[in-house]
Write a protein that binds this ligand. Structure first.
Ligand SMILES: [Mn+2]
Length: 265
């Protein structure tokens, strides 16, 4: 079994991702997969807030192919910012029918939307983005983008949830898209006094012995400011691992080996 790695919330900082993958030996100097049978999980939020979200997507797509050819895997999950970009592309400023106070455009603009990401969407990228799995499981870890229980609204197993999200991504329905964005934008479900119980319930339902997620910068859960020296945050009585270092606010790119994490517990 190959090594299992996870990284999250690149937000357009392609160069930072390339440096981390190179250091780990997962890509070579020419940015091609060199990880052999390793399995890499990218936990979403490729776009917005940074210079080259489309470049991050193109790299993820290529590594997905190259890793598979080498007997490994690179799997890219869906983040809320992918829904935001796709929602902006599809619906722009159109009011949400179920609640016309809302629309994608002001949310996109207010959450780091980048014009070159929007303009860089082509049919291949749209097809790829709308077929992303929402969650995964590997090395006894449950892999999520967002630290939320809202995934359970889509189903009671990893496969059910991914199938339901994939079906909704094909629906030309603004209310459905807005609800996807709302669900994936919630956070902090595993923090605080109730956090361990909530994490336990999600793991009991979906499998794995630890949740690994991005979406919420570690410093927000831990308290204090973001520092380039920040490390992945284990919390919720060890049931959750946050790997969002906050790249877009000067934090580190946390590329974490999950099979070692599991052994070290
Ligand atoms: Mn996010």
């Amino acid at each position: 079994m190959g090594d299992v790695w996870a990284v999250s919330d690149i937000h357009g900082h392609r160069d930072v991702l390339v440096a981390a993958l190179t250091d780990a030996g997962l890509i070579d100097e020419s940015e091609h997969w060199s990880g052999g049978d390793a399995r890499l999980w990218l936990l979403g939020d490729y776009v917005d807030r940074g210079p080259d979200g489309i470049g991050v997507i193109r790299l993820a797509r290529r590594l997905e192919q190259e890793a598979a050819e080498a007997g490994g895997a690179a799997t890219a999950l869906l983040g809320n910012h992918e829904i935001l970009l796709l929602g902006m592309h599809r619906y722009g400023a159109m009011p949400v029918p179920s609640d016309p106070r809302y629309a994608f455009e002001p949310n996109w603009a207010g959450n780091g939307g980048v014009v070159t990401d929007l303009e860089g969407l082509d049919e291949e990228i749209l097809d790829w983005l709308t077929t992303r799995p929402a969650i995964g499981e590997d090395a006894d870890h449950l892999l999520l983008h967002s630290d939320t229980v809202e995934y359970l609204e889509w189903g009671g197993t990893v496969d059910e949830i991914n199938a339901a999200v994939r079906a909704e991504l094909r629906m030309p329905d603004l209310d459905t898209w807005w609800e996807m964005w709302r669900r994936l934008t919630t956070r902090m479900a595993f923090a605080g006094a109730d956090g361990p119980g909530v994490a336990r319930r999600v793991l009991d339902e979906l499998g794995g012995s630890r949740i690994v997620h991005g979406h919420t910068i570690c410093a927000l859960i831990r308290g204090g400011g973001v520092s380039p020296d920040d490390e992945p945050l284990v919390y919720a009585d060890g049931l959750a691992l946050d790997i969002d270092g906050g790249i877009f606010v000067g934090g580190p790119c946390l590329l974490v080996r999950l099979d070692e994490e599991a052994e070290g517990r």
